[in-house]
Design a protein around this ligand. Structure first.
Ligand code: UGA
Length: 429
């Protein structure tokens, strides 16, 4: 099918590339001229495994192209996916102005039936606003459908997730729209959940909020474990074998970050309140998440005592492994606080250093974990990259001023670390 994807962020670019790979002809649009010109040169602005190779392949075989013109995309495509950003506003609500602008522009360029699919994460009732906007901006009375098709891909495994979704959610108000979307996703052989548009919109916010709740739950449990000498890793393992609970998203640590969970939690809280429901559970989820960072900083302070003049080596800056994304990374708040207390920071991240440099100042960025460890008073682990899991601990011990590791992601075994002669502190054990 001939498809257009408006917005080339994580979701839009991955969606465009993957839809091309499964056989559709896709035109990706963005109003950022520079971004489109580098995409045309096969350069992607983010680090995401496999994305660049697939992009090159599909540009070469003419399944994928890039443009700055919505008009061109609307003319050439039967289905238009809206994948623009919905950033948080001061009050926690989502800024939907990009969605509105794109919807009105699509309407003005339409010359026949189009299916307009919202993939951006939006609060419930956005679909009907998009429909209203399109109706208002059509030059003449043309048939169209609006659908909601929320995205569940994770950064760092975006391509894999797109090809192997647990489910595809399709929120529609007509059989025609349902059939078109079924046809688009047929090659994935995935479970398809068909709902009304509002339910699809809620599925997205509810899923992200539920996952954030799971993380905060295990982090709350980790606080109990710490106070009584239990091991949260064992507790999570024991809980996770229960299929109703499941093993994933029970990793205790410094909490969730990134551009999705914090923002979507806020937006879900905001829309609940607007609809007259106080979703206090989500307020607690947020609070527990903020407190995890504070608890972690206290652990560092308790271990090092006076912070002024100490050198702290940080391993991992990205909000999670396999991405260079620094948006709302816990490392930002933690490093800012340590610097405010007078500590010097050395840091290493396999991919996120360039993006970190824009946000975190006065840091000595190192080429590898060993350079970080050299003459540092302690090592602090903030992201569980595989490369960091595999560091040579004996070598690290020799390089550190004192053999201290404070681990915000529980990547090592406390008994092993003790055997190696480390003072090792982790979360909830
Ligand atoms: C999340 C969802 O997992 C995706 O399904 C969704 O599509 C996406 O948001 C989105 O809305 O766009 P993402 O933010 O890429 O994906 O990352 P996750 O892998 O979910 O991790 C989020 C945060 O939770 C990270 O900071 C991670 O370190 C933290 N986390 C995750 C934990 O602290 N503990 C865990 O057990 C799992």
């Amino acid at each position: 099918m001939k498809l257009a994807v408006i917005g080339t962020g994580y979701v839009g670019l991955t969606t465009g590339v993957c839809l091309a790979e499964i056989g559709h002809t896709v035109i990706c649009v963005d109003n950022d001229i520079q971004k489109i010109s580098s995409l045309k040169k096969n350069k992607i602005p983010i680090y995401e495994p496999d994305l660049e190779e697939l992009l090159k392949k599909n540009v070469k075989n003419k399944h994928l192209s890039f443009s700055t013109s919505i008009k061109e995309a609307v003319k050439k495509s039967e289905v238009i996916f809206i994948c623009v950003g919905t950033p948080p506003r001061e009050d926690g609500s989502a800024d939907l102005s990009y969605i509105e602008t794109v919807a009105s522009e699509i309407a003005r360029d339409m010359d026949g039936y189009r299916l307009i699919v919202d993939k951006s994460t939006v609060p419930v009732e956005t679909g009907e606003k998009v429909e209203m906007t399109i109706k208002r901006n059509l030059k003449k009375n043309l048939p169209f459908d609006v659908a909601s098709n929320p995205e569940f891909l994770r950064e760092g495994s975006a391509v894999y997730d797109t090809f192997n979704p647990d489910r595809v959610v399709i929120g529609v108000s007509s059989k025609k729209a349902e059939n078109i979307l079924r046809e688009i996703y047929k090659p994935l052989n995935s479970k398809i959940v068909v709902t009304d548009i509002k339910s699809a919109e809620i599925i997205k916010h509810a899923s992200n909020s539920f996952l954030a709740t799971k993380i905060s739950f295990i982090n709350a449990v980790s606080n109990i474990c710490e106070r009584c000498g239990a091991d949260v890793e064992k507790v999570a393992e024991g809980m996770g074998f229960d299929k109703r609970i499941g093993k994933t998203f029970l990793n205790a640590g410094i909490g969730f970050g990134g551009f999705c969970f914090p923002k979507d939690l806020e937006a879900f809280l905001w829309i609940s309140q607007k609809l007259g429901y106080q979703f206090d559970l989500l307020k607690n989820v947020k609070e527990i998440n903020e407190n995890q960072k504070k608890n972690f900083i206290k652990k560092i302070e308790d271990t090092l005592w006076v912070m002024k003049g100490k050198t702290i080596g940080i391993l991992g800056l990205a909000f999670k492994p396999n991405t260079d994304d620094m948006r709302f990374a816990p490392s930002i708040d933690i490093i800012n606080k340590l610097q405010a207390e007078g500590a010097k920071i050395k840091a290493y991240d396999p991919k996120a250093v360039e993006k970190a440099k824009e946000i975190l100042k006065n840091i000595i960025y190192c080429k590898n974990p060993y350079e970080v460890a050299k003459n540092s008073d302690c090592l602090v682990i903030l992201t569980e990259w595989d490369e960091i899991r595999k560091i040579d601990l004996r070598k690290i011990k020799k390089l550190l001023k004192h053999p201290i590791i404070i681990d915000g992601r529980n990547i090592f075994e406390p008994t092993e670390m003790e055997k190696l002669g480390f003072i090792y502190k982790s979360m909830g054990r």
